[in-house]
Each structure stands twice: as structure tokens, then as C-alpha cells.
Design a binder for this molecule. Structure first.
Ligand SMILES: [Zn+2]
Length: 266
């Protein structure tokens, strides 16, 4: 498996405060299981390919996502769309992509009810603490500390609470997308009950946790491979992977896989 185009790897044994060098292809990157692939469309939007080739779009913020490369604006065939919460920078393109692809949507119940009114009815509308099967994977909906209105257009309507999602694949691999969240102590429960292998964590600060809190999230979750997200899209999202690496320098064996928008791992 080839290394990601841009990554920070080989962080084992780093001393606290050590700076990361320029990311290079030669760095060691943790390996995804065979057949899996993760593509970052920028911000909190990812396409994850499962071991059987099925494709899952998380948080469809595509057309108006300033970080999303033009050649990825067409997301192609999808097997499911997974949604963490209703803010525009997570669902701006949910309705058109759901209608175009016909892919089922998994989201919290209030967003599901709103989607029905938008003419999208292939929806699994669930709630936190529960698990659901969708397109060959199990999705566990977890806590997230954030706000959750649907703010498309001028109006904000109630969109339920925000959530995180743990995707459990048929090969046993578990991927945690934290959604937008502050750090919270019950991330330890996510570790205990779901034991994610990799985590996608927001680090941009301002709307979510920044690098220092995200480092604490890494300790609570016990994960050794982290993809930082929700940073750099807008100037206010100022946290960086380098800052995260410094804050989490005490975590032995940690690998921060900081790919660029449009890049893939696997
Ligand atoms: Zn957001």
C-alpha cells in the first residue's frame, strides 16, 4: 500500500515540543486494511471506501466547500451518506447528492424528518447510543458536544443534537468520525464500548476543539492513528496538525495522518 501524498508519520518516540519536519512520502503511515481507502474532500467531508468497494460519503459539504478540489465536486456513485449534524458546512449538498445518487442517508431523527420534507425519504433516522446497519456496515451514533440547527438559507430550524459516528466495517475495522465537538470525558466510553481503530478529529478551534483539546481526545480515545479535520477551511479555523503533534507528543506510537484536501490514504 502506498503512502499518502502528504502525511506526518513515524512519530513514535518524539520528545515533547519536537517540531515535525516537512511531510514527505517517505514517512511511515499506518495501513488501512486491504481494499479500504479514505479520501478527504476538505473540512469534515470524507469519502470512505470499505473493504468490499462500497463508498460512504460523510458530511456532504462539496459544491460550496472552498477546500474541495474541483475534480472531486462530482462524488460519483455512493452506497450511503452519513451525516453528523445539520450545520451548512456539513449538509450543504445533502439533498441534491441524496437525490442524484439515490444513496440512503443515515442521520439523527430530526434531520431525517426535515429530509422527508425535502423529498428525500430513503433515510435511516436514528439517535445517539444506537447502532444501525446501512450498506454493509454498522454505524454507531455517539455523543458530540456542539450545537445542531439546520441553517440553510436565512433561517435556522431545529435539527436535533449533533453526533459523532463510528463506522464498523465487515473486516472489523472501526473508524470514528467525531463530527464537530468539544472534547468530553465520555470519549473514554467510546473507547471502552466501541474501541475505534482510527479517529477523524476536528482540530481547527473556534467552532470545535483545537489542538490542545484534540490531544486530550486522543488520550481518552486511546487511538494511535488520527486524521485531523475541520481546520484551514476558513481563516478562523486556525489549529494545525503540527500543533496537534506537539500537544500530543506524550502519546507513544501516535501517528497523525495529515493529508491535504483531495488526497487519499489507502
Ligand atoms: Zn462544522
Amino acid at each position: 500500500m502506498k503512502a499518502a501524498e502528504r502525511c506526518f508519520g513515524g512519530m513514535k518516540g518524539r520528545e515533547p515540543g519536537t517540531k515535525i519536519g516537512k511531510p514527505s512520502k517517505e514517512d511511515t503511515v499506518a495501513q488501512l486494511p486491504d481494499g479500504m481507502k479514505i479520501t478527504w474532500l476538505g473540512h469534515a467531508t470524507f469519502i470512505v471506501q470499505g473493504p468490499d468497494g462500497k463508498r460512504y460519503l460523510i458530511d456532504p459539504f462539496v459544491d460550496s466547500n472552498p477546500a474541495c478540489p474541483g475534480d472531486l465536486k462530482d462524488v460519483g456513485k455512493l452506497d450511503a451518506i452519513l451525516v453528523t449534524h445539520g450545520h451548512a458546512d456539513h449538509i450543504a449538498d445533502l439533498v441534491p447528492i441524496a437525490k442524484k445518487t439515490g444513496a440512503p442517508v443515515l442521520c439523527i431523527v430530526e434531520i431525517g424528518a426535515w429530509l422527508a420534507g425535502q423529498g428525500v425519504d430513503n433515510v435511516i433516522a436514528m439517535n445517539k447510543g444506537g447502532s444501525a446497519q446501512i450498506a454493509g456496515i454498522t454505524v454507531h451514533m455517539t455523543q458530540a458536544i456542539h450545537s445542531g440547527g439546520i441553517n440553510l438559507g436565512d433561517e435556522i430550524i431545529y435539527g436535533g443534537e449533533p453526533s459523532g459516528l463510528v463506522l464498523e466495517f465487515s473486516n472489523g475495522f472501526k473508524l470514528y468520525h467525531a463530527g464537530d465537538t468539544a472534547v468530553f470525558g465520555d470519549m473514554a466510553l467510546i473507547a471502552k464500548l466501541l474501541a475505534p481503530d482510527w479517529a477523524m478529529l476536528p482540530i481547527g478551534d473556534f467552532y470545535t476543539m483545537g489542538p490542545r483539546s484534540a490531544a486530550e481526545a486522543i488520550r481518552l480515545l486511546g487511538v494511535k492513528t488520527v486524521i485531523p479535520m475541520h481546520y484551514g477551511t476558513f481563516p478562523v479555523l486556525s489549529g494545525t496538525p503540527e500543533q496537534l503533534a506537539d500537544e500530543a507528543a506524550d502519546v507513544s506510537g501516535l501517528e497523525i495522518v495529515a493529508i491535504g484536501p483531495g488526497d487519499s490514504i489507502g
